[in-house]
Design a protein around this ligand. Structure first.
Ligand SMILES: NC(=O)c1ccc[n+]([C@@H]2O[C@H](COP(=O)([O-])OP(=O)(O)OC[C@H]3O[C@@H](n4cnc5c(N)ncnc54)[C@H](OP(=O)(O)O)[C@@H]3O)[C@@H](O)[C@H]2O)c1
Length: 331
């Protein structure tokens, strides 16, 4: 089978190639999937650039897929060959014609959900849902601030807030030319991260915010704490800039602000509580099937085009969600 392989750490696409490799077979509790579409994610870029803990070399990227079950491993009774599924892949390897996934993180795809959209569900949509519901305990009517608002997860949060009862959405983006993309994906206001961010957010909200979803390490944590309302929740869920995160603020500051700072990692949750990831995945696919969640994706035509899409994300030039077509789409 053909698979995308990163041969060594790199800031560019030069060490990423399509290779012929042996197709995986499922172990106990696993399934293999004939991949129709695979999501492209920033975590692929973090692995490619050599961030600690994201890859061993050579590395096969791709954390989310949609396709059909090819083979089930020993002990798997909930899934059958030929079934349309979407899966989160803790070990990556999804940008390939065949992927292997734990059955616990593989769920059926409703007929109404196109394969390209289903491939954006296991990592991107499930993360956006779990950030809002589990990590931030979002309540309808609250104001949510999201950094990197015009990207994949940022856009998915904007789509999900209305489906969860509605609230005011404020996004930040790295460059002013991404503001229109954030507004198009559903943000009520979007600001570029330049100058006094806290002041810009306050001007945009007219008040503070109740929830902050922050994938930028600790770089903006001071600004997050400046704009958060009492009883607010800041969720740190990434480290896009790389490098060492700073120490978190002390107890006095948290008490004075009546604020909670939490962390979120879907990869960790897939290990510690896979059933919660599967429940979230079923829920987002259900919302899409019911027409309550509209997920625009940009489809790229082949595995060979994935390195260029990774580069768009690496350069901060991507907007929205990119999904690679691996084999002829089943819908
Ligand atoms: N914890 C989890 O479980 C989890 C799951 C999924 C994704 N994530 C995180 O969520 C974020 C969004 O992921 P995504 O896949 O949807 O990607 P994305 O938002 O489509 O692309 C990444 C964005 O990160 C921003 N960025 C900030 N500093 C950057 C830098 N030094 N280099 C490149 N980009 C930088 C850029 O947007 P701006 O310039 O507008 O800021 C860029 O567009 C990522 O940080 C990712 O690691 C975390």
């Amino acid at each position: 089978m053909r698979a995308l392989v990163m041969t060594a750490p790199s800031q560019g696409p030069d060490r990423t190639e399509v290779r012929d490799v042996a197709a995986p077979r499922p172990g106990a509790g696993e399934v293999t999937i004939d991949v129709a579409h695979a999501g492209i994610n920033f975590i692929d870029v973090m692995a490619r650039r050599g961030d600690t803990g994201y890859a061993s070399w050579p590395f096969a990227p791709g954390k989310e897929v949609a396709g059909t079950v090819r083979e089930v491993g020993a002990g798997v009774t909930s899934l059958a060959a030929g079934q349309r599924v979407a899966a989160l892949l803790p070990g990556a390897g999804g940008l390939a014609e065949v992927a292997v996934a734990p059955a616990a993180l593989t769920v059926p795809v409703p007929d109404e959900v196109p394969s390209a959209v289903a491939a954006a569900a296991p990592l991107m949509l499930a993360t956006a849902l779990l950030l809002l519901t589990d990590a931030a305990r979002f309540a309808p009517g609250e104001t949510v601030l999201v950094h990197s608002a015009s990207g994949g997860v940022g856009g998915a949060v904007a789509q999900l807030v209305p489906a969860l009862g509605g609230g005011r959405l404020v996004g930040t983006v790295g460059r002013a030319d991404k503001i229109p993309a954030a507004l198009k994906s559903g943000y009520d206001a979007a600001v570029a991260r330049e100058g006094d961010l806290a002041e810009a957010v306050r001007a945009a909200t007219g008040d503070g915010v109740d929830v902050v979803l922050d994938p930028l390490g600790t770089a903006l944590l001071d600004a997050d704490l400046e704009v958060i309302n009492p009883s607010g929740r800041v969720v740190l869920f990434g480290n896009a800039g790389g490098g060492q995160a700073a120490a978190l603020p002390g107890l006095d500051r948290l008490r004075a602000g009546n604020v909670a700072i939490g962390g979120f990692s879907i990869s960790a949750l897939a290990v510690t509580a896979p059933e919660r990831v599967a429940v979230a995945l079923r829920r987002v696919l259900g919302l899409v099937a019911e027409g309550r969640l509209d997920v625009p994706v940009t489809e790229i035509g082949s595995l060979a085009e994935a390195p260029a899409a990774h580069q768009l994300l690496a350069d901060g030039r991507g907007t929205g969600k990119y999904v690679a077509r691996i084999i002829a789409a089943d819908s």
